[in-house]
Design a protein around this ligand. Structure first.
Ligand SMILES: [Fe+2]
Length: 169
């Protein structure tokens, strides 16, 4: 039995009513989303660890909170992909093959630059979530659209905090 046939069986067993094309397109979009969320999670922790300056405590704690929210999203995204019968990411190299948001490997980044970069990434992530939402809507995948609505709300909350801090609302 081919890999695709196994996935089709799995899908049928789980009672997911999506076309083969729908599963392929949505699980591919979810893999990209997962890679971006892992990228943003690690960047957020990176900035949490390397934060400095007179607002250290506030920013360090805020980024820890944001990191926790992003990390919680990763399991939900991966499991939604599996639930519809698709494959998800396997490794760090798989993440780097799918991520659209960029890493930041600089030794020193100013606190303001950290927050501005997270703000821009956060806004881009909302854009990716919205386009995935549209795709799921086209395939009538109501459960994934519903999950994405919650992720958009959480992402907009993080964006709001970052925007208020850097004064770019
Ligand atoms: Fe920590």
């Amino acid at each position: 039995m081919s890999k695709n046939a196994v996935r089709y069986e799995e899908r049928a067993e789980h009672g997911i009513e999506l076309s083969r094309e729908g599963v392929a397109e949505i699980s591919s979009a979810l893999r990209e989303l997962l890679a971006d969320v892992f990228t943003l999670y690690l960047k957020t922790k990176n900035f949490h660890w390397h934060m400095s300056g007179r607002h250290f405590r506030d920013y360090h704690l805020l980024l820890d909170e944001h990191g926790d929210q992003l990390f919680a999203m990763t399991d939900e995204i991966a499991e939604r992909g599996r639930k519809i019968g698709g494959a998800t990411l396997h490794s760090i190299s798989d993440i780097s093959g799918h991520q659209r948001l960029a890493d930041n490997n600089k030794d020193v980044v100013s606190p303001e630059d950290m927050l501005v970069e997270l703000l821009e990434d956060s806004r881009r992530l909302t854009g990716f979530l919205r386009s995935t939402h549209e795709l799921c809507g086209r395939h009538n995948d109501v459960a994934t659209t519903s999950l994405i609505e919650v992720w958009i709300d959480q992402t907009e909350r993080r964006t709001w905090f970052l925007a208020e801090i850097v004064g770019r609302t």
